[in-house]
Design a binder for this molecule. Structure first.
Ligand SMILES: Nc1ncnc2c1ncn2[C@@H]1O[C@H](COP(=O)(O)OP(=O)(O)OP(=O)(O)O)[C@@H](O)[C@H]1O
Ligand SMILES: [Mg+2]
Length: 260
């Protein structure tokens, strides 16, 4: 019998650490490894996947699913053809309209509890019933309810951090004080690392630093690549640049997650 798939949440303390870049490229990497993957944009504060994936008219948003207005099947968009490979790649998008962003930021605690119930039920509706191998959540930074709900619903949480000192300190506190409560399998991806720094200190030193500072394992180190900045968020990097070192790193990260 096929084992049940995994829910992976990508989170961070600060904004702009690379959650969206990691989420989409991890999702597509897994799909290219013949997995059935569903990428969900849970960043209702600043939705970005609709633009990034150049999706046209959207009938139903994740907002509608969490509001209890429609079922998840209505929200999912099949983009398997975009990656033209053996795997399956579906997305569920957050509504980027100003009205929807304002609506989501005004939800009360009772609504958030119901939304948590709807996120938790994805395990049955997508992993068990529809046979997805992975659900990947792209989240908002920090400790707002939508991100906490994503962490609570996930099997594995990947925390993206840079070496910026306020990011390091905030991530350390968040991991010790919040994540400890949830007892989730958590690993760190260091992103935007200057290539010279990673060469100088070596992977082992970074590994020791992460273990000592965060007390969780290091899943991967991603250098700061001008090519990524140059792409201006308009391409799915691992798809467009199969031979780029970033694509190789994403492949290693995906394989490690798959083995967890
Ligand atoms: N390793 C990298 N090298 C170069 N640029 C990067 C790298 N990682 C991310 N970026 C760039 O940094 C910016 C922020 O990345 P991204 O949107 O993925 O972060 P985020 O954590 O999702 O941000 P937010 O918290 O606002 O949702 C983007 O322009 C992205 O292209
Ligand atoms: Mg983002």
């Amino acid at each position: 019998m096929k084992t049940l798939g995994k829910i992976v949440a990508i989170h961070s303390y600060k904004g702009g650490t690379g959650k969206t870049l990691l989420s989409i490229n991890l999702a597509v990497t897994l799909a290219k490894q013949r997995k059935k993957v569903c990428l969900l944009d849970l960043d209702f504060r600043a939705p970005s996947l609709a633009t990034l994936l150049k999706v046209g008219k959207v009938e139903h948003w994740l907002n509608d699913y969490l509001n209890g207005v429609c079922e998840i099947d209505k929200v999912l968009i099949d983009l398997s053809e975009t990656i033209a490979d053996q795997g399956k790649f579906f997305v569920g998008l957050a509504n980027p309209s100003v009205e929807a962003i304002r609506d989501m930021s005004s939800k009360d605690r009772k609504w958030e509890m119901r939304a948590l119930g709807r996120l938790l039920s994805l395990r049955n509706s997508l992993l068990s019933a529809k046979g997805f191998d992975y659900i990947i959540f792209d989240t908002s930074p920090g400790l707002q309810y939508s991100s906490i709900n994503a962490i609570v619903s996930a099997d594995v949480v990947i925390v993206a951090s840079t070496l910026d000192s306020s990011d390091v300190e905030g991530t350390r506190r968040m991991l010790r004080e919040l994540y400890d409560l949830f007892e989730k399998k958590t690993e760190i991806v260091l992103n935007k690392i200057l290539y010279e720094d990673s060469l100088r200190s070596g992977k082992e030193k970074l590994q020791a630093l992460v273990k000592e500072t965060y007390e969780v394992p290091l899943l991967g180190v991603i250098p700061c690549y001008c090519d990524i900045s140059r792409a201006e968020g308009k391409t799915i990097f691992v798809h467009e640049k199969p031979n780029h070192p970033f694509t190789r790193i994403m492949s290693e990260i995906a394989t490690r997650i798959d083995k967890m």
